[in-house]
Design a protein around this ligand. Structure first.
Ligand code: SER
Length: 624
């Protein structure tokens, strides 16, 4: 393997594809130019959609190569493991109705084995297994074999794994072939294979064969063009080339991690720190247990990742995204505030955000000049946001510590909805932060109770001091309320489309998405997913009133209400009815009319555990 740095990898890649007739083009802004469906650029194909669709010729020709800054915050909770990042760079080579599978696969193999020096025996690929009338990609299989890959290194997998796009609701998409490097770790079980998430096989590159367009009816129609869209993750590839254990152990993160350790006095011994929050700031006492050491490791990575993403957003040449309460601004605020909170966890003193931004800009400004040009304004924004949040945190941390102490004293494990609401309303503590802190302390939070308290508060006082943090949090909880109603509609639609055995097993709502687990033995077909989506959207468009009454469980069940099997209910329950569509026992809160949801879209359908499927969905135009 050639131990390339990120700088060397970018140059090696771009010049390799130049040698294959590609024009080197600049990557686009991380803040989308003309695309209201996404908050940030999530893939290299976003800025190229009109050319992939054939709406206009690209001025640089039909073969392009670039490096694109991407932001994906959908998996923000996974950051801290070995490979998840909210910001990453993606190298790409593009055929705009020019070459197709034979060239793309041959060049991928050539690049991986000769330019990067990966041993072919460590290389595994997956290809599209065929689904819904679209056949298995036998051509890709044959082409990989031609390169010399043995059968047992080629895995045909379903749409869930080997289909990419469209990026929004409609647009170009197609089967893909993904390339993985075997880390040499043992298999996690007999079914372990490329695409398994245990960390044995790391995906570094994806070739998408964009032959299809998903139309407004949800059908895949031939695009009439054969595009190639490939994406190679810079951080992951550098990690695999260097033999580093995680992306955070590569040269890319080295100066950022070193600065974090310097500021937290961790020095070379990364196991020293006490995750005690505010009171312990700056002390750096030895970790009490392996669990603490694990938390410390995670906190270092979260601070590094979030600060890198925030710095790239604040320095972006397009500009316009500032810490705030809605949309992209809120994502940025959340990243900074999460980094601040984890910095305290590491005993880092205030004022660290600007110090990390300096290191990050120094590392990248020769590649992305905007990180040199916009550093000063980025530092101003970071400093202001960090100060604001520190004031909030100081008050909230003291209150949270008291709450936790009282609960433990009384052998209780649940923070009441009222207390969570007080933390939020009086101390500005977002619910997600209370949830995180509670989890660390082995406590739970009565989320439904929080929502109820919040709803009551809103009914009492509809004043929103525009622009204030508090108002933003209320916006946020309005989103959660809408998601809550969308969840009931989704449950009802699943019953209609799949039948009464598709029962709720779990539900989780964040301001970004809803997640719904339900009993169902197999993958839903595209047709079923579309029917469910259409039904929910139909109910939204019908503007059905949502009514609420307090009754007994027996009475509610007699009326045909859905209730969670195995749940314990008190004497009195709240029954929410949405016209003749849905009746569920639930704590609420809910919107008053389904029209408040705007629209509904399923973004993912996947397995959750044996016999249980998981759907993720968004409402309005909330795609991140
Ligand atoms: N669009 C594909 C991806 O994001 C390949 O670039 O993975």
């Amino acid at each position: 393997m050639n131990k390339l740095t990120a700088d060397e990898l970018r140059e090696t890649y771009l010049s390799f594809f130049e040698s294959k007739g590609h024009a080197r083009i600049p990557g686009a802004s991380v803040i989308p130019e003309n695309d209201p469906t996404v908050l940030f650029t999530t893939a290299g194909m976003h800025p190229l959609v009109p050319y992939l669709m054939g709406q206009m010729p690209h001025p640089a020709g039909t073969r392009l190569t670039d490096v694109q800054k991407c932001i994906r915050t959908g998996d923000i909770d996974a950051v801290g493991d070995s490979a998840h990042l909210t910001f990453f760079e993606m190298l790409g080579n593009w055929s705009l109705n020019d070459y197709f599978k034979p060239e793309a696969i041959a060049w991928s193999y050539e690049f991986l084995t000769t330019k990067l020096g990966f041993d072919p025996k460590d290389l595994y690929v997956t290809v599209f297994a065929g689904e819904d009338g679209i056949p298995r990609d036998d051509e890709a299989i044959a082409l990989w074999k031609q390169q010399g890959l043995p059968d047992d290194h080629i895995f045909p997998l379903p749409r869930e794994d080997n289909w990419w796009g469209p990026a929004g609701t409609t647009g170009p998409c197609g089967p893909d072939t993904e390339m993985f490097i075997d880390t040499g770790k043992p298999k996690c079980g007999p079914d372990c294979r490329p695409g398994c998430h245990c960390g044995k096989y790391i995906e570094i590159w994806n070739n998408v064969f964009m032959q299809y367009n998903k139309n407004a009816e949800g059908k895949f129609e031939p695009l009439g063009r054969h595009n190639v869209d490939t994406g190679m993750g810079v951080e992951r590839t550098v990690c695999m080339l260097s033999g580093a254990a995680t992306v955070f152990d590569t040269e890319i993160f080295a100066p950022i991690m070193a600065k974090i350790d310097e500021l937290s006095h961790l020095g070379s011994d990364k196991s020293v720190a006490s995750p005690n929050g505010a009171e312990d700031r700056g002390s750096g006492t030895p970790a009490a247990s392996p669990k603490d050491a694990e938390l410390t490791l995670r906190a270092r990575r979260i601070v590094a990742d979030h600060m890198r993403t925030a710095t790239f957003i604040l320095c972006d040449p397009k500009g316009g995204v500032k810490p705030g309460n809605i949309g992209a601004n809120y994502v940025l605020r959340r990243l900074i505030r999460r980094a601040v909170r984890y910095s305290r966890f590491l005993g880092i003193a205030p004022g660290f955000t600007v110090k990390l931004a300096e290191v990050i800009c120094e590392k990248y400004k020769h590649v992305y000049p905007e990180l040199g040009v916009n550093l000063a304004s980025c530092k101003n924004d970071l400093e202001a946001e960090e100060n604001r949040f520190n004031q909030t945190l100081d008050k909230g941390a003291a209150m949270f510590a008291k709450v936790a102490e009282q609960l433990k004293l009384h052998n209780q494990t649940q923070i009441s909805g009222k207390t969570a609401f007080k933390l939020y309303d009086t101390f500005g503590y977002p619910l997600e932060m209370t949830l995180e802190l509670a989890k660390e302390q082995g406590l739970e939070v009565d989320v439904a109770g929080f929502e109820e308290a919040n709803k009551k508060h809103q009914e009492l006082s509809r004043t929103t001091s525009a622009g204030s943090f508090k108002a933003g949090l209320q916006d946020n909880s309005v989103v959660v309320t809408r998601m809550h109603t969308a969840t009931h509609l989704l449950h009802a639609a699943l019953h209609k489309v799949l039948g009464p055995t598709a029962n709720q097993k779990g539900s989780n709502i964040t301001p970004e998405r809803l997640r719904f687990d339900f009993t169902w033995p197999e993958k839903m077909t595209d047709e079923q997913i579309k029917q469910v989506e259409d039904l929910v959207n139909q109910w939204i468009q019908q503007g059905i009133a949502v009514s609420k009454k307090v009754t007994t469980v027996e009475e509610a069940k007699n009326e045909g209400a859905m209730a969670l099997f195995g749940s314990k209910y008190g004497d009195q329950v709240t029954l929410y009815t949405i016209g003749d569509v849905s009746k569920e026992i639930c704590c609420g809160p809910h919107v008053e009319n389904t029209s408040e949801l705007g629209s509904f879209k399923i973004t993912k359908e996947q397995s959750s555990s044996a016999g249980v499927r998981r759907i993720k969905a968004v409402i309005g135009n909330m795609t991140t």
